[in-house]
Structure formats: structure tokens, C-alpha cells
Design a protein around this ligand. Structure first.
Ligand code: NAP
Length: 487
């Protein structure tokens, strides 16, 4: 009876190293790992020991006999990955431990931000004997997008917070909530009191849609909507006009699917989640019956992942469809397109999500507010438009910034001076502000480990800044040290 990896896989590789027969692929050392939409158990070699089940931080792995009807597709997805035989060692290669030069005083590192990239960096640093980590978080709650980005109905994925809680519980880590770098404490002050500063500030803004009418009332970004329904304090007072029958989402990444699902699912199924109460009340009163998700390219270029499409198509009470004409010309065997073909169905009652393809937006229509969208091939009426075309990193006070990519320029996580191209001593980046807004929660683990490795190499070579003193115990950087547990 093989085990099966399902939708909530965050790809952090915990299961890979727990498996005694190396049957979960790709492994973190494999170049395919970074792009993999999920990990896959090989049903032919799985010995059914269940070690992966215990190791998975989000309960994504199940025995195949316990799959819910909506999860059965994952049996074929896991097996399909292993149809092409690949040579593999008996056990997955383990990342070598950090080799750290002994120094007169323990390494002390500041991490700015407390999302997954920050916490994975902290976990790696804390493998160094005596090392100390101070995590600085602007908000009163920790863990960044884990708290404010994962859809409330993705209950299992949100369990990654337990893993981050466990990292934060290390007595050598201090979590400082409600501290803003640039306002409460500067980069130079952090460098005075730490050997290194790692920025894990993510990508807090969204890419802007540059078409006429994009500023009309009724157009909002997915960043705003997601933050609103997740109770992000900066977005608590937002209002979205849900008094229309149709909403359109521009862009078809995983965020677009989250937004479409939350706008169409029966709100009562969200009542026992972490959704913000105001958002739940608004959704209960919503008139939205259809969400059209628009991709500018074809089905093969859908930005959403296969696991998320499987989950979406199994959403109770929501009909997910694709017009047959939008799938015309797709031929290659592609599991995503194969699943889209099964969604070409006639009219069925219920709230619906319609996936559209090959539509290039020319303008948002309306005088006082949005009334529709004009694409190159057709016009779609809508009273609400959500742009979901990707996140964008913001500049950090005192650090260089690459306007073109919305990232902090870096080499292997070492922040680079824009003029000289030389690394800024003791200054590093991890996560989306390092590599742009792509990848999954687990992608941040190897990203953060790579940066910590660069930092340790600099420490060993004597290239870190000369820290002067300890962080003040009651200064501006320690306004609040208590950390409310999310669970
Ligand atoms: P994304 O995956 O990068 O998707 C962006 C979408 O916007 C694409 O469809 C893109 O189309 C489109 N787009 C970009 N510029 C556009 C323009 N000017 N006009 C029209 N369309 C435009 O971004 P995301 O959905 O924000 O997700 C960010 C990352 O978080 C992804 O790695 C995602 O997988 C991850 N995430 C994962 C989960 C999950 O695993 N459950 C949930 C949420 C987010 P083109 O492809 O044509 O450029």
C-alpha cells in the first residue's frame, strides 16, 4: 500500500530525508527540486513504513487507501512522476553540516522579517553551537505570508506554522515583534550589535496593471484581497464591492486560484477557519456567482500548479469550467492540460469559476466604476476586477535595490553595492527579496541554507563587520519580545 503526496505539499524535503528507501523525488540536491510543483512517492518502491507521514510538517502524505475522493488524482500524479526511471542513491544525499571557525564570542545574527525564509535561515544558523538569532518583525504577529498569504481554507498548508513555532521556540532565538527597520532601528544599528543582518522581507507590493482604466473603483489587487481575508492589520479596513454577479481575476497563478475559490466557495465552509470575521461577513452577503480567471497565454502556460488545479476542481459546490474553444490546439500530453480537458462541461448549476486563455487585456471599462474589461478578442462584463499578476519586492531603507526585478541585488545571498558590485559586509538576503516572488514555502529552505552558508564562509574568512556591542535589552529594538503562538 503506497503512500501518496497530496495537495498541501510545501516541498521542504523533510519527507525525503525520513524515507529509508529514497523513494520520494525529486530530492533537494536534484536540479529539478527547485521547480518541482510537489514531491512524489514512487509506488513501486515505497515500503509503506509511514516515516514520511511523521516527517511532513503539513500532513500532506497519506496511505493511498485513505485518500479523499478529491485527492485520488494524486495517486496517478505521484506514480506518473516515476514513470521515467531515474538513477538514485540508496539514501537521499544530506546537506553537509556548516563548518564554522571558532571565534572569541558566539555568532549573533539579526534576521529582518519572520516568514518561512527568515525562520529557515534561523533554523540553519541555530545548528551552530552557541549562535544567537534576533528576529525583527514589523507586525504584531510572526511568520509573514504563512499567516497573511495562505488561503484560510488551506488548513493543512497553514500547519507549517507549527514547524515555524518549533524553530522560534529555541531559547537562543529572540523574536522581536512590532519593530520596523528604518523607523525603530536602522540597518547600521543592527550591524553595530550583530555580526550579520539577513533580510527576509519578502515581496510586500504587487505588480501594477498598466492599462487604461486600471485605477477605476472596483479594480483591486490580489495582494490587497488576500491580506484582507487573512486579517492582515494593514488591510483590515478595506472594502471590496461584492454586489455584482461576475468578478474577473487577471493572471492565473496559484494566488489567482486562491482568490477565485474564496470568492465562490460556500462561505459557511470558511466559518471555522482563520478567515478575518469582516471578510467572512462580506462573503456571506456577496452576490458574486461567477469568477472568470484570465490567462494571457495558452493552457500549457497556465501559471497555477497541477496540485492546486486538482484541489480547485474538487471544491465542493463550485463548478470549474474551461470553454472548449480555449483548449483548441493543445495537443502535447501535459497533465495540467489533460485535467483542464475534463473540465470542459455543459451548464451545471452553482457558483462557477471559468478559466479563460489567450486573452490580452486592452482596457478596463467604466465611467464611475468598473463595468467590464475589453480584451483583444472580446469584452467581458464585470463589477469587480482583481489583478493577480505577481508580487513585487519593496526597497529597504539603507540598502541597494534593483528597480527592474524588485529585488535586492545579491550574489549567493550576499548583498551587493550597486556602484562597485562588491558585497556589503555582513549584509545578506533570503527568500523573495533575494530571488523574486516565485516558488513554494519549502523553496525557501534551500534558499536560506545557501545564504547562511555564504555568511559562514564570510565569517570564517574574517569578512563580517566588527560588531560593537550586544543589542540593548530595553532599547527601541526590543519593544516587544513576547510571541503569541498561532496555534
Ligand atoms: P505567478 O505564479 O507568477 O503568476 C502570475 C500570473 O500573472 C501569470 O499568469 C502571468 O502570466 C500573469 N501576468 C503577469 N504580468 C501580467 C500582465 N501584465 N498582464 C496579464 N497577466 C500578467 O504569481 P502568483 O500567483 O502571485 O504566485 C507567486 C508565487 O507564490 C508562485 O510561485 C506561486 O506558485 C506561489 N504560491 C503558491 C501557492 C500554493 O502552492 N498553494 C499559493 C499561492 C502562491 P504569464 O505567465 O503570461 O507571465
Amino acid at each position: 500500500m503506497p503512500h501518496v503526496v497530496t495537495q498541501s505539499c510545501v516541498g521542504d524535503g523533510s519527507c525525503v530525508h525520513a524515507c529509508p528507501v529514497n523513494c520520494i523525488q525529486p530530492t533537494p540536491d536534484d536540479p529539478a527540486f527547485e521547480l518541482a510543483e510537489m514531491l512524489h512517492v514512487d509506488p513501486a518502491t515505497c515500503v509503506d513504513c509511514g516515516a514520511c507521514v511523521s516527517a511532513c510538517p503539513v500532513d500532506a502524505i497519506k496511505p493511498h487507501s485513505r485518500l479523499d475522493p478529491g485527492e485520488r488524482a494524486f495517486l496517478a500524479i505521484n506514480a506518473g512522476y516515476h514513470r521515467v526511471p531515474r538513477a538514485r542513491p540508496l539514501l537521499a544525499p544530506v546537506r553537509p553540516p556548516l563548518r564554522v571557525r571558532r571565534s572569541a564570542r558566539p555568532l549573533r545574527v539579526a534576521i529582518v522579517g519572520s516568514g518561512p525564509a527568515a525562520m529557515y535561515a534561523a533554523e540553519e544558523i541555530l545548528t551552530i553551537a552557541d549562535a544567537r538569532v534576533d528576529v525583527y518583525e514589523r507586525l504584531p504577529v510572526p511568520f509573514g505570508l504563512v499567516h497573511a498569504g495562505i488561503a484560510p481554507d488551506h488548513r493543512r498548508t497553514r500547519r507549517i506554522a507549527r514547524r515555524l513555532d518549533a524553530i522560534a521556540a529555541d531559547p537562543r532565538l529572540r523574536m522581536r515583534l512590532g519593530v520596523e527597520i528604518g523607523t525603530d532601528v536602522t540597518h547600521d544599528q543592527l550591524l553595530d550589535t550583530h555580526d550579520a543582518v539577513i533580510y527576509a522581507v519578502g515581496a510586500a507590493a504587487d505588480r501594477r496593471l498598466e492599462v487604461p482604466g486600471a485605477a477605476l473603483p472596483g479594480v483591486a489587487s490580489a495582494t490587497q484581497l488576500v491580506a484582507w481575508y487573512n486579517g492582515h492589520p494593514d488591510h483590515a479596513d478595506r472594502r471590496f464591492d461584492l454586489a455584482h454577479r461576475r468578478a474577473v481575476v487577471i493572471g492565473n497563478g496559484n494566488v489567482a486560484l486562491d482568490v477565485a475559490r474564496i470568492l465562490t466557495v460556500d462561505p459557511e465552509t470558511l466559518a471555522d477557519t482563520d478567515i478575518a470575521p469582516a471578510a467572512l461577513a462580506a462573503l456571506r452577503a456577496s452576490q458574486v456567482e461567477e469568477v472568470v480567471v484570465v490567462g494571457r497565454r495558452g493552457p500549457q502556460e497556465s501559471a497555477f500548479t497541477l496540485p492546486e488545479l486538482v484541489g480547485l476542481s474538487a471544491t465542493p459546490g463550485v463548478v470549474v469550467t474551461v470553454p472548449a474553444a480555449d483548449l483548441a490546439g493543445t495537443s502535447a500530453a501535459d497533465p495540467k492540460v489533460d485535467l483542464l480537458r475534463t473540465l470542459v462541461a455543459g451548464d451545471r448549476p452553482g457558483r462557477r469559476i471559468t478559466l479563460r486563455y489567450g486573452l490580452s487585456l486592452e482596457r478596463v471599462l467604466g465611467e464611475e466604476a468598473v463595468t467590464g474589461l475589453r480584451f483583444d478578442r472580446e469584452t467581458i462584463d464585470a463589477g469587480l476586477v482583481i489583478t493577480s499578476i505577481g508580487y513585487r519586492g519593496m526597497p529597504v531603507a539603507g540598502l541597494p535595490y534593483d528597480e527592474a526585478t524588485g529585488t535586492i541585488p545579491n550574489a549567493d545571498g550576499r548583498v551587493l553595492d550597486l556602484t562597485t558590485g562588491a558585497p556589503l559586509p555582513g549584509t545578506y538576503v533570503v527568500g523573495w527579496i533575494k530571488r523574486g516572488p516565485t516558488g513554494f514555502i519549502g523553496t525557501n529552505k534551500s534558499c536560506s541554507q545557501d545564504t547562511v552558508l555564504a555568511m559562514v564562509e564570510d565569517h570564517n574568512a574574517g569578512r563580517l563587520g566588527a560588531r560593537r556591542d550586544q543589542p540593548a535589552s530595553n532599547g527601541p529594538s526590543s519593544r516587544r519580545e513576547s510571541m503569541p503562538s498561532l496555534r
